[in-house]
Design a protein around this ligand. Structure first.
Ligand code: IYR
Length: 222
C-alpha cells in the first residue's frame, strides 16, 4: 500500500470502565433528544450553527467528497418566503397526495401543513445533497453514496444541536425543488432536509412516544 499522504491515527485506548461510562453517558443524553415542533424566537449565535455544521461535516462520506451543502438562514424575509412555499406544497401533500395509510400514522404525531417553525425558529438549516461535483477543470463528475453520506452528516448535525442544548426538527416538504430556487443553489444540489434550529417555545409539547427496545431494532450473532 502506498503510504504517501498518510498520517498516524490520533487515538488512545480507554479503560473498560471509561468505555462503559462514556457509552452510558452518551446514551443517557441521546435518549433525551426529541423532535420539537414549537420553537421560541429567541436568537441563537451564528457561531453555534457553524459549529454544528462542522460537526455534521465530520461525517464519513463516499470517496471523502463531503457531498453536502448546509445552507443556514436567519434572514426573516427569506424564511418567510420558504414558509409560504413549503406550506403551499404541504397543503397539497396533506390534502391530496397523502394516502390514508400514511395519514393515519401522522395523526398521532400532530403534524399538519402549517409550518410556523419556519418563521419562529431563529435559524433554518437546509441540507442539500450534491449528486455531482465540479472538477477543477470545470467538468462535472459523479459523487458516490451521496444519500448515505448526507444521512450520516444530518445525524451528526442533529446530535451536535442536541448536545449544545438546542432543539431541531427534520422537516421534509415535498417536493423540495422550491428551496433550490429560493436559495439559488445549482441544479446538481438537491434539498434533502429542512431543519429549524433554536430554543423550544415555552410550554412546547411533544407526542408521548416510546422507542423500540434493543430486541426490536437489532439482531446479534455471537
Ligand atoms: N413531509 C411532511 C409530512 C410528514 C411526513 C412524515 I413520514 C413525518 O414523520 C412527518 C411529516 C411534513 O414535513 O410535515
Amino acid at each position: 500500500m502506498n503510504s504517501d499522504g498518510f498520517i498516524p491515527l490520533d487515538w488512545s485506548e480507554l479503560s473498560q470502565e471509561e468505555m462503559f461510562d462514556q457509552a452510558d453517558k452518551l446514551y443517557a443524553s441521546m435518549k433525551k433528544r426529541r423532535t420539537t415542533r414549537h420553537f421560541s424566537t429567541k436568537p441563537v449565535a451564528r457561531e453555534l450553527i457553524e459549529c454544528a455544521i462542522m460537526c455534521g461535516s465530520t461525517a464519513p462520506s463516499g470517496a471523502h467528497l463531503q457531498p453536502w451543502t448546509f445552507v443556514a438562514i436567519s434572514n426573516q424575509e427569506i424564511k418567510q418566503k420558504m414558509r409560504i412555499a413549503a406550506e403551499e406544497e404541504e397543503r397539497k401533500t396533506y390534502e391530496q397526495r397523502m394516502p390514508e395509510v400514511w395519514r393515519e400514522l401522522l395523526e398521532p404525531l400532530g403534524t399538519d401543513a402549517v409550518k410556523e417553525h419556519m418563521t419562529d425558529a431563529p435559524w433554518i438549516v437546509v441540507l442539500f445533497r450534491q449528486s455531482k461535483r465540479i472538477r477543477e477543470n470545470g467538468e462535472s463528475a459523479p459523487t458516490y453514496y451521496s444519500t448515505e453520506s448526507c444521512g450520516i452528516a444530518a445525524g451528526m448535525f442533529i446530535h451536535a444541536i442536541h448536545n449544545m442544548g438546542l432543539v431541531t426538527l427534520t422537516h421534509t416538504p415535498s417536493p423540495m425543488g422550491f428551496l433550490r430556487d429560493i436559495l439559488g443553489r445549482p441544479n446538481h444540489e438537491h434539498a434533502m432536509l429542512v431543519m429549524p434550529v433554536g430554543y423550544p417555545a415555552k410550554g412546547a409539547s411533544i407526542p408521548n412516544l416510546e422507542r423500540k427496545p434493543i430486541e426490536g431494532v437489532s439482531l446479534f450473532f455471537e
